[in-house]
Write a protein that binds this ligand. Structure first.
Ligand SMILES: Nc1ncnc2c1ncn2[C@@H]1O[C@H](COP(=O)(O)OP(=O)(O)OP(=O)(O)O)[C@@H](O)[C@H]1O
Length: 859
């Protein structure tokens, strides 16, 4: 097969050094740092991440959660209505960009000063950031810069705002390729010896100049060269103590660092020398620290600002925010944007969980350990509210018996609530109606499966908090993707709201481009989402199989139209997706897209019904109105995809999804994202200040470039989509030929096929999971494979806890256990001869340049 390129199936997380991808900014810690279980040897660390028990040896990230800031709908932002139709395609309106750039430059300069001053007063443990690095000046170019054309665009792209000198070209080479992986050794700029700040700190050391060829060669030769740095608007303060454990440093052969030690700048050396504990640590475990501190600080900031109050006054907003951008927004325009027209902030009702979760675990533990803390109010909860892993993690002396007791306690709960001998629980637990009362509830019935109904075939991937397994249902042999979350982990990291949101979006959605949720259920220690298995894996992988990491315009139109349809649907439901990127787009076996990973999504408060506007002849659906007036203030997204308003921290709306669509289309066409800089600082600066530029690629039409420009309009009120939402995008000339109601009947450009030379998972799954770990290079360290296997064994052996027994003060009370009423028969059937290890993407020969919009009829 000539055009067929075989790549590894999105690997089990042990494979992560094979790829690199950026991680959503909301993810507090790099995955490796988040690993819950520390194995005896460092080789095993990548593959032995634990979700479950063994809490004593776990590395626990600092607790954070999103506390969404909802701004009063009564102060809904004004939006400029602009009609796309009839406009000359390549005539973008960037009239306010110059003014905006100047103001933003002033603001960012102020931040630099402010943050520098902060550092002056910081202890030596606080790592300096890149703020001393001058922000790149906006390119003195017209809106479109034609760069010299070369065969490989990915290699010729110069980062926006970087002069096309030799060095920047090299830098562009590094930054142009978007190689991302949660555990690729991507070094933040402040960790890189080539970074000026590190250079400064290492002054006197023989690290060379940032511009020396040695440093560049290091960067080129090391995958960590996708240097990421700190956001100029947030201060990197080193790894928080909870992020590091003694075991981690033992693994790094360094005993001098203690768990509580912050890695300091002085100890952060170049990844190539590996002489510092941190660099050794990072090198060995291929960590990406770049996004860590941003989230950490931002999340804490939000907790501080909004965690203890239901209503936050404008004054509170002004004073409590630690976002330097907001604090120092002294320009009238920025101040106006910050305070008006959204002066009132209301905390989301769901934040109840955040408060509960801050409070619950310690009292529960205190109570169990003899109630020594008499001030602690007894908490009415059953054992399931305190997962065994959590008890272990907190060193509860009863933990040893908890595993053996759990089924007893479960049985006690299931048989008779009144039998509870503690006497503490006197009321009948109420059955959660959260999802049952929703309009879609007739889609679901009582849960008909449990963990034991499935057999693990392989791990598909590990996300921020969940592990996703390819499983087959024993009874039917059907394949599913089972996403499993540890309750203890969710509690510790205050992700309860996230998982509830993810469950709700998946359960609510019924759309061909959104992954289907078949079952969701919980056991005592775990939460489970059983979803449609998208055997094509991540669209990101499919892009990587292309020679230039990109696809042609017709193909990009195909994927962009499906993504637009999915976003339109989500917006109609009142959801803002917020994390669009190729990694979160999965490919169905048919080649059509499936949006997944909704843990960063948020639902608008007071969702409104869509409105049809226009005449009978040309009516347009206004989906923007569904979440009108809703602004949320979390700092979420993925570095290269993040919208300017998110960086500014003034709140954002569903318009962020249209921004990310613009980045996605750009990346599909050119193989890299438009604003990527050498580090986070520069990337954010580029996002805020620079216009999108296009490589000199004559194959890309003017309408396509116009669409991208309009989607990447920095002013969200002028961005395409700000008038009617998806309808604005759908009627752009770029999509003129698209038949929106027949998208599912389009021929996809790439068809995923399982190849024959993959791992023989049939044998491996018969021969216990241990074999899988070995074959995938997971758990090389002695015992780690056993540990993973043991945890997985528990995951797949636990019993379902029906809603009736999950008491209403249980943090997971609202995680309803249910099964889809009518299951379609489209899910793949497990085949003994199939390999689930490797996949290829075959160009669809039914689809050519001339007929790419040909539709086939189903027979
Ligand atoms: N339905 C599915 N079919 C096939 N693979 C899947 C499916 N769902 C998830 N995966 C794989 O598992 C990986 C992790 O899943 P997912 O992104 O949902 O987890 P997450 O914890 O939300 O991750 P993230 O850190 O990106 O938010 C995905 O990147 C994908 O490769």
């Amino acid at each position: 097969m000539e055009n067929q390129q075989v790549i590894s199936q999105p690997p089990s997380f042990g494979d992560n050094n094979q790829r690199s991808r950026s991680v959503s900014l909301s993810k507090l810690l790099p995955r490796s740092l988040r690993k819950a279980s520390v194995t005896p040897t460092n080789e095993s660390s990548a593959g032995s991440t634990s979700l479950g028990d063994n809490g004593k040896s776990k590395v626990r990230p600092k607790d954070i959660d999103k506390t969404e800031e909802i701004l009063s709908p009564s102060n809904a932002h004004c939006h400029v209505l602009e009609d796309v139709e009839g406009q000359t395609p390549a005539s973008p309106d960037f009239s306010d960009n110059v003014e905006q750039q100047q103001q933003e430059q002033q603001i960012t300069s102020r931040f630099s000063l402010k943050i520098k001053n902060l550092f002056k007063s910081s202890s030596s443990k606080v790592l300096d950031t890149t703020v001393s690095e001058p922000l790149p000046s906006p390119p003195a170019t017209p809106d479109e810069i034609e760069l010299p054309q070369t065969p490989n665009l990915a290699h010729t792209h110069l980062p926006v705002g970087v002069e096309p000198t030799k060095s920047s070209g090299e830098s562009g080479n590094n930054s142009a390729r978007r190689i991302r992986s949660p555990s690729t050794p991507i070094m933040p700029s402040h960790m890189s010896a080539s970074h000026p700040v590190v250079m400064q700190a290492l002054s006197g050391s023989a690290q060379g100049s940032p511009t020396t060829s040695t440093a560049r060669a290091d960067r080129r030769s090391n995958r960590s060269d996708t240097v990421r740095g700190s956001n100029p608007y947030f201060v990197y303060q080193g790894l928080p103590p909870h992020a590091l454990s003694s075991q981690d440093f033992d693994n790094s052969n360094n005993s001098s660092m203690r768990p509580g030690d912050y890695p300091s700048l002085s100890s952060a050396t170049t990844p190539t020398t590996g002489s510092s504990p941190l660099s050794t640590y990072i090198q060995k475990d291929h960590r990406n620290l770049s996004n860590l501190s941003l989230n950490d600080i931002n999340e804490n900031e939000e907790v501080q600002s909004f965690g203890n109050s239901n209503i936050t006054s404008p004054e509170r907003k002004q004073t409590s925010s630690t976002n330097p951008f907001r604090e120092s927004s002294t320009s009238p325009r920025m101040r106006a944007a910050t305070l008006s027209p959204f002066p009132v902030i209301v905390v989301e009702p769901e934040s109840r969980h955040d408060e509960e979760l801050i409070a619950l675990p310690p009292p529960a533990i205190a109570e169990e350990s003899g109630g020594k803390n008499s001030n602690v109010k007894p908490v009415l909860r059953r054992v399931a509210s305190e997962p065994n892993a959590l008890k272990n993690a907190t060193g509860n002396s009863n933990s040893s018996s908890s595993v053996s007791n759990k089924h007893e306690s479960h049985n006690a709960c299931t048989t008779s609530q009144g039998d509870d001998t503690s006497g503490a629980i006197s009321k009948e637990p109420r059955r959660s109606r959260r999802l049952r009362n929703k309009s879609f509830s007739n889609k679901f019935q009582e849960v008909v499966v449990g963990p034991q109904s499935f057999e693990k075939i392989k791990m598909l991937g590990q996300g921020d908090v969940g592990k996703v397994y390819l499983v087959k249902e024993k009874k039917t042999n059907r394949l599913y993707a089972l996403k499993i979350f540890s309750k203890a982990e969710m509690i510790k990291r205050k992700k309860i709201k996230r998982i509830l949101a993810e469950q709700e979006i998946l359960a609510t959605s019924n759309h061909p481009f959104i992954v289907t949720l078949y079952h969701s259920f919980q056991s005592e220690d775990y939460l489970y989402l059983c979803m449609e298995y998208c055997m094509g894996g991540e669209f990101f992988r499919a892009l990587q199989t292309r020679k230039t990491k990109c696809i042609d315009e017709d193909d990009a139109r195909f994927y962009a139209s499906e993504v637009t349809a999915a976003l339109e649907y989500l917006h109609l439901m009142g959801f803002i997706y917020r994390d669009l990127k190729p990694e979160n787009i999965l490919l169905h076996q048919s080649g059509h897209i499936m949006l997944s990973d909704f843990d960063l999504s948020v639902q608008a408060k007071d969702t409104k019904n869509p409105v049809v506007k226009g005449s009978a002849l040309s009516s347009l659906l206004d989906t923007k109105i569904c979440s009108d007036g809703f602004r949320t203030n979390s700092f979420v997204g993925t570095e290269e995809y993040i919208a300017p308003e998110v960086i500014r921290g003034n709140g954002h709306t569903a318009a962020v999804d249209w921004w990310t669509l613009g980045i996605l289309i750009y990346e599909m066409l050119f193989g890299f994202t438009p604003f990527k800089g050498d580090n986070t600082n520069q990337t954010f600066s580029n996002i805020l200040k620079n216009d999108v530029i296009f490589p000199n690629n004559n194959e890309i039409s003017r309408t396509c470039k116009d669409l991208i420009k309009r989607l990447l309009t920095k002013n969200e009120t002028k961005r395409l989509g700000s008038k009617l939402g998806a309808s604005d995008i759908k009627r752009h000339p770029f999509f003129k030929k698209v038949q929106w109601s027949l998208l599912r009947n389009q021929e996809p450009p790439l068809i995923p096929v399982l190849t024959e030379d993959g791992y023989d998972f049939t044998k491996l799954s018969n021969n216990t999971n241990k074999g899988v770990e070995k074959s995938k290079g997971i758990g090389k360290g002695k015992g780690s494979g056993d540990l993973t296997t043991e945890q997985e064994r528990i995951m797949f052996e636990e019993k379902v806890e029906p809603d009736d027994i999950v008491s209403d003060d249980d943090p997971f009370h609202d995680f309803n256990s249910m099964s889809l009423m009518q299951q379609d028969n489209n899910s793949l059937i497990y085949g003994d001869n199939n390999s689930y290890g490797k996949i290829s993407y075959t160009p669809n020969h039914n689809r050519s340049r001339s007929n790419s919009h040909r539709f086939f009829k189903r027979t």
